[in-house]
Design a protein around this ligand. Sequence first.
Ligand code: BG6
Length: 496
Amino acid sequence: MNTPDSGAKPTTVVIFGASGDLTQRKLIPALYNNFKKQRLPQDIRIIGVARRDWTDGFFRERLRDGVRDNSAATYDDATWVALEGKLHYFQGNLDSAEDYGRLQTHLTVLENGAADRLYYLATAPEYYGPACGHLAAAGMNSDAGGLRSIIIEKPFGEDLASAQALNERVHAAFREHQVYRIDHYMGKETAQNILFLRFANTLFEPVWNRRYVSNIQVTVAETVDVGHRAGYYDKAGVLRDMFQNHLLQLLALVAMEPPASLNADAIRNEKAKVLGSIRPIHLDNTVRAQYGGYRAAEGVAPDSSTPTYAALKLHIDNWRWKGVPFYLRSGKAMAERTSTIIVEFQAPPDIMFKLGENRGFTPNMLSICIQPNEGMQLRFETKVPDTVAESHSVNMNFQYRDAFPGVILPDAYERLLLDALKGDASLFARSDEIEAAWRLIDPVLRGYENSPEVSPVCGYPVGSWGPAEADALLAREGHVWRSGCQSCGEGLCAIP
Ligand code: BG6
């Protein structure tokens, strides 16, 4: 992964929807950083396709601003100048078969021989299916002149039926091994570290099961509100926006069985298997809520019932996890930005020590901080010095910034784009994973439409940890939400 890839074949990256935010903020900065680390093939060209009447010069300037703003720590003029000659703009309409023909001719001239091609659909989702069809009709899917692959952004469908229909359209144009469905959470350094934690150590795996684990919590909290995305968000809501993809993918990494290797199919077989083992979700094991003032945001329907927060209790019906609740929660406009997974272990069968004043028993906990204070903490009990039997909770703390000083954690897109260029799909979702996730979320969404009274939309104040109903969901089993990754950097210092 860290070696330069100068021997790689000539390569073309074609970004559809290149005038958009994603290209400027994420894709080009990611390619820039890979270029700077000499990880891109030497013979590479990056073509941005969009409708606007732009020149190469204008396109490049815009992208340079994007790299400067979004990758300030690594930006330097010399690297940019070396990269920008490889960037080109092509004006074309995604609806026009003729434009794909023109693009194909243009690419063939630029490539001047065999080249691998990576298409990136950074477009509005309604173009995903049609674009695949057009690419196939123009012969641009054929591996004859070099390998062809395609990255498809989220959202992949808006329910199970539309995801299945999209998979069919994609498969009519590309074979599964050519398709990379991106979930940027899988590109986060700390998410990948879950596999290392579990399978590069012998310490954790023996207790990673129903015999020792009491419950597992996945929290993805954001402080931002819907901002300018209300048009999309008010139709999608938090379950489509965050749960069907990011939260369930994280859960799959935590709960899956050990894969036989790091091979893409070995990993994805296990993820698909565990997603398929999750019990259908009862509406009364869900909480949905909207932050105060959401309906007043521009683009939001005044009577909108779209949830901006949700909490779910899931059960995985297999030998490892039978009876262990998995609690998932995510919301916007919350108290803190944090993505954390907490594995809470069971209490000892008998507690013979004195617990600290005003404090009940604190279980052992492993906290995996995905962001922003990337690291892991293990919470355990110790004896308070100079007492006979008083117990106190402490942390063993691993922080990336301390263990790897000076290392800038790469943005998720940096790793994912490089993997796709190298043909490694292990961090991308396969069609069956996507459909398994929709099989869980879709009935919940339909349940909300058909029986809204079972889990009514509740409210929560901006800047809070969500509604009291979400606390009640855990209280039913004697559990509480655990916080981790505190901004004080002390790990689980604010455990309730
Ligand atoms: C996106 C969602 O997939 O993930 C956004 O559409 C959300 O609504 C974002 O804000 C969160 O990503 P991150 O990397 O900032 O946690």
